[in-house]
Design a protein around this ligand. Sequence first.
Ligand SMILES: [Mn+2]
Length: 457
Amino acid sequence: MPSWYLLTGRSHLQMVLFSRNTHHNLGTLLSEKGPLTGDRDVDFGGLSAHCGGMRLLHTSDWHIGKSLHGRSRYDEFQLFLEWLLGTLQEQKIDVLLVAGDLFDTGTPSNRAQRLYYSFLSRVNLTGCSQVVCVGGNHDSPSFLDAPAQILQGANIRVIGGARPEVAQEVLLLKNHAGIPLCVLIATPYIRERDLSPIRPGESMGDRERKHQEQIRQRYAEATEIAQALIARHGGDLPLIATGHLFLEQGMASQSERPLYVGNVGALSPDLFPPAIDYVALGHLHAPQAHSPRIQYSGSPLPLSFGEAKNRNRVLLYDSDTDGVTPLLVPRFKALQRLSFNTPHDLETLVKALDSTTPLFLEVTYTGSAPVDLIPLVETALSAHPLATVLSYINQQRSHHIDRGLHSTDELDLLDTPLKVFDRCLEERSVPPEEHKELRDLFTLLLQRYHEVDWKAW
Ligand SMILES: [Mn+2]
């Protein structure tokens, strides 16, 4: 059953006959060209419609497939994606941008992939015209890019890794009727090897400065190409950019993998030319803005207990007002830290818990008297069937026990490769003055290891 729809862009107004089921444009009936400023209501022969600018939804760092202390969270990822589909429809979003780290690893599980593709297959039904996903430092560029051609047919653009030519990352996005919505500089996470080979004798500092300068040149070049494209389309399309990177003064959480050794190579926000109207960033998991124009959406779910108090959100950019509105993501499962000194404290804390919603807990005992931690906590929580303890930390014994491992081995404390490396330095009596350099080198090796696109060939 065809329907009338009024389709608008910044410089066009068009009335088309549109198939409600297939979204196919069946023919243009009326067209008006020329700059339209601000919102206005238009009346075409008794059929009126609201004419506004482009509405873009920015999200990042989904990390589909990531678990928490061995506990999978597929139900929460699914609920988030369902919520996002509803939000795209309710908020009349034209463009969805995902600024990297769609998956937690370069080889996501089949279940994680099913969630992703099931989501993408339903975006078109929400009225959203364009989806653009760029790769993050956790994503495998070749894995994301593999289905790019087939997805492009469904108005889903994927840029998994840096393209050889910057121009290939500059996209003109159009709505279902073919009217331009915006120009997007779709920049994924840029690896050092994407830009230049390492030369013998270069220090880490030299390499970092070179990498930063090359990223700056890339955005400058992309902006020039984008501005020329905008000029060819009437001159007033919004210019949007993405990035998956660490900006100076950014606030890291516990769940990001460092991009640079000690994050000393953080980038300056002035690398984004002022011609860009909005910069949609990914990488940092806590919601934060450098300025209204340059923002991190943050991850939609808290990915570690340290992020339990974050107000996770997605961001809505409206090109008409040039304003950004946060849309809070519902908390599908609460994460909470309980820290207690005496069994009495524990009882008080447990009484204050909400027993009506599902809850993941991290429990820390800070007292000095010996206690049998797990039975103590299990008894205290017996009236809270919806609460699940994922991690016990007994500071008195300096033991960290992950439930399910059934181990009190001290190695459980060493939950990152760097902590294991530190222990090696200690045990091999390496002089302390050598620690920093060795740790930096080890971190660099780890980063290199994570950045290998293992299944690219
Ligand atoms: Mn991330």
